[in-house]
Structures are given as structure tokens and as C-alpha cells.
Design a protein around this ligand. Structure first.
Ligand code: ATP
Ligand code: LTN
Length: 329
């Protein structure tokens, strides 16, 4: 049997090239070698207020984008978190074995909480729900970007704590980062990660940005005061652009160095923009076709949920039994 993979993306905001290079591109590559479950985590999205109509539209858009980037529903499952009740159920059981101090230490919690007037309990519980997502399917491997490493460590801790309290129950999952592109930085501020929730107009390149917009954003990307690429003194802005280039083209390090050493920033940016446009064009074309057929997308989600629900149910039953909750003998 193939090892199982689980990963997820929130349906809030629009997908950017950080999400693609850090996560989705990797998801597509590994789908022949693993049994993959890719999840639209709508229950995570509501840990901060979402406009209901926008959230609903965002879920469908994300499902179409999963298909457009190349996730094949014949090989992998594409599902919406709230459509399998085991996620929320298992999250509660795991909450009960998770010390609150573990959650208060999470950097994403601290960052997001600092931006809210009232901090909802869901924001604190966020990584427990994420642990539930993964452990529900006994996934061995979780492909994510670097910002999720701390949450994955917590997932492992929760699984181990449960196993030691109640006996071997959960597979303890491994994190899988991409070799290039695990942390794409904002174009307007290469010291912070590219993020869906950032507001700057020139911060992120979205997967559905038209070519002209992509050129404009990259030409405006923040670099430094040097005129040309110097690999001995590579500023964070230029390093980020070259990472984006390399992740799209899949050129080896040596080739990238030879090609860009001494190249002026203006010329470098033009080449980066063209590589991004070429990489996104087929995705955008497929997206236009797929998103026009809403019934097809809904059908994929239904079929995939039906396929994986028995795995989730089996785990919930096992956990209930282990904890002494009521199950029909
Ligand atoms: P938000 O800003 O709302 O937290 P986000 O942009 O971080 O959103 P998520 O839905 O949280 O997006 O992340 C989806 C996936 O994309 C995760 O695997 C995450 O690690 C990855 N990811 C997010 N941002 C980046 C980035 N800048 N570089 C590489 N990977 C990223
Ligand atoms: N928290 C993740 C999204 C996410 C996820 C998961 C990723 C929710 N559940 C399970 C991997 C596995 C994020 O990217 N912000």
C-alpha cells in the first residue's frame, strides 16, 4: 500500500505563488507515489471572521484551482474539511489531551491574535484542528511550506501524548518541505513571508494574476542598492526573485548562478517575470475551463468525500474506544 499524504489550504483570500511553490506544486509531483488527500480547510478559515458569501465562493474557487494546478481526482482526493464530520469530532478529543501552554507558544497564534480586537478561542485551537486533520487519516507525510513546521511539530507531540496516554493509536507524521521555495517572501518586503492576508498591492503574485500584472509586480519588487546580481552579497529581495525563478524553471543551482551572475537587476526581473508567466499560463487556462463547470467541481468534491469518509470513521471509532467513550460493542 502507498504511504498516505495529507495537506490543506485555507479558502480565505486568493492563492499566491508562495502557496503554489511551497505546497501545491509539491502535491502534484508526489501524487503518483502516495495516496494523497488534499483538503480545503474551511473550518480553519472561520477562526477569523469571514464574509459568508465570500467564503462559500472561495471554497469553490480553491477546488477549481486544485484541479487546475494538476491534482488528479482519479489519483488524489480533493475534499472540503467541513464535509467530513470526523475533523471537528477528533479535534475535540485531541483538545482534551493538549496543554494550553503548547498552544500559546505557537508563533502563528501570537501573530494572528495580535491583529484581532477580540481573540476567538478557535484561533488558539487552530493547530489542534490541524492535528486532527492529519491524524484522522493516519497520514505519514505532510507536504507544507516552512511556516507550518511548528504546527507539524505540535501535531507530532499531540499524537505521541495521545499514544502514551491511551496506547498506540496514531501514526506520527513527518513534515515534507520543498527543496526550493519553502518560504517565498513578499515582493514589497522581502523580510516577511508572502501571505494571503497581507494587504499591499505589490506584495504577492496571485495564481490568477494576468501577465501584465505579474510583470508590473516583479518590476516593482524591492531589491537593494547594487546594480547587478552578486552571489557573494545577495540581498534578500534579489535572493527571493531568484528562488522564484528557480522554483518555476527547476534549473539546478549551478545553472542559475552561471546565468544570473553579474546580470543587471532590470534584466533579471524581466526574466523572472517571464518564467512566472510561463509557469502560470497553463494553470490559468485550465482554471478558466474548470471553473465554468461548477457541477463537475461539486461532483469531484462529493465523490472524494465519499471515498475517504470510511477512513475518517474508522479512526473516530478507534479513538472513542481507546478513550472509553460510548461505542456500540
Ligand atoms: P494566511 O496569510 O492567511 O495565513 P497563507 O498565505 O499563509 O495564508 P495558507 O492557507 O495558510 O496560506 O497556506 C497554505 C500552504 O501554503 C501551507 O502549506 C503553507 O506552508 C504554504 N505557504 C504559505 N505561504 C507561503 C510562502 N510565503 N512560501 C512558501 N509556502 C507558503
Ligand atoms: N494551517 C495550514 C492549513 C492546514 C493544513 C492542515 C496543512 C490545515 N490543516 C493539515 C497541512 C495539514 C496552513 O497552511 N495555514
Amino acid at each position: 500500500m502507498k504511504p498516505r499524504v495529507f495537506s490543506g489550504v485555507q479558502p480565505s483570500g486568493s492563492l499566491h505563488i508562495g502557496n503554489y511553490l511551497g505546497a501545491l506544486k509539491n502535491w502534484v509531483t508526489i501524487q503518483d507515489d502516495y495516496e494523497c488527500i488534499y483538503c480545503i480547510v474551511d473550518l480553519h478559515a472561520i477562526t477569523v471572521y469571514q464574509d459568508p458569501a465570500e467564503l462559500r465562493a472561495g471554497i469553490e474557487r480553491l477546488a477549481a484551482l486544485f484541479l487546475a494546478v494538476g491534482i488528479d481526482p482519479a489519483k488524489s482526493s480533493i475534499m472540503v474539511q467541513s464535509s467530513v464530520s470526523g475533523h471537528a469530532e477528533l479535534a475535540w478529543m485531541l483538545t482534551c489531551v493538549t496543554p494550553v501552554g503548547w498552544l500559546e507558544r505557537m508563533t502563528q497564534y501570537k501573530d494572528k491574535a495580535a491583529r484581532q480586537k477580540t481573540v476567538g478561542d478557535g484561533l488558539l485551537q487552530y493547530p489542534v484542528l490541524m492535528a486532527a486533520d492529519i491524524l484522522l487519516y493516519q497520514a505519514q507525510i505532510v507536504p507544507v511550506g516552512e511556516d507550518q513546521v511548528q504546527h507539524l511539530e505540535l501535531t507530532r507531540d499531540i499524537a505521541q501524548r495521545f499514544n502514551s496516554l491511551y496506547g498506540e493509536t496514531f501514526v506520527v507524521p513527518e513534515t515534507k518541505l520543498p527543496t526550493v521555495g519553502a518560504r517565498i517572501m513578499g515582493l514589497d518586503d522581502p523580510e516577511t513571508k508572502m501571505s494571503k492576508s497581507a494587504t499591499g498591492a505589490y506584495h504577492a503574485i496571485y495564481l490568477l494574476d494576468p501577465p501584465e500584472m505579474i510583470r508590473k509586480k516583479i518590476m516593482r519588487a524591492k531589491t537593494d542598492t547594487q546594480p547587478a546580481v552578486d552571489f557573494d552579497h545577495l540581498g534578500p529581495g534579489v535572493a527571493n526573485l531568484l528562488t522564484i525563478f528557480q522554483a518555476f524553471t527547476e534549473w539546478p543551482d549551478e545553472k542559475v548562478r552561471r546565468h544570473f551572475a553579474g546580470k543587471r537587476y532590470g534584466e533579471t526581473k524581466k526574466e523572472v517575470a517571464e518564467a512566472v508567466i510561463a509557469g502560470l499560463e497553463p494553470i490559468q487556462q485550465r482554471y478558466r475551463k474548470i471553473s465554468a463547470d461548477r457541477a463537475y467541481v461539486a461532483d469531484v468534491l462529493d465523490r472524494c468525500a465519499a471515498r475517504i469518509r470510511p477512513i475518517a470513521e474508522e479512526t473516530v471509532q478507534l479513538v472513542k474506544k481507546r478513550m472509553g467513550l460510548y461505542t456500540r460493542a
